[in-house]
Write a protein that binds this ligand. Structure first.
Ligand SMILES: [Zn+2]
Length: 119
């Protein structure tokens, strides 16, 4: 298994997107990873500009970045865009440590959310 962070393999783009699109669970998803089957899917939004706005008839919390990843097979996706209103987190990640891959966020999440949280 590839233990380095790598982009979601192209053949899994669609199922990966479907799983994250369907979830408003927060930083940990209940669904198994489409790539490896592990229950290790996570996501994180960094809200750069907390100015609520409307786009396509939906209210968003503002502009930011998103990371989606699997803590097991280490597939990940990092995008910029709008942060959904449902997102909230108590997890503090130093913005200076953020990279293209979710490694620093994953490390903080593991250390501070041992049981996971579900809303
Ligand atoms: Zn996986």
């Amino acid at each position: 298994m590839n233990m380095n962070w790598h982009g979601v393999p192209q053949e899994w783009d669609v199922p990966w997107g479907d799983v994250f699109e369907a979830s408003e669970e927060g930083s940990r998803l209940a669904a198994p990873c489409p790539v490896c089957g592990s229950h290790a899917l996570r996501r994180w939004f960094d809200l750069h500009d907390p100015t609520p706005r409307l786009s396509a008839g939906i209210r968003w919390a503002g502009r930011g970045s998103q990371w989606q990843w699997c803590g097991d097979c280490r597939s990940y996706l990092h995008t910029s865009g709008l942060v959904p209103m449902w997102w909230h987190t108590d997890l503090v990640v130093d913005p200076e440590t953020l990279m293209h891959d979710p490694g620093p966020i994953h490390a903080v999440m593991d250390a501070s959310e041992p049981g996971g949280t579900r809303s």
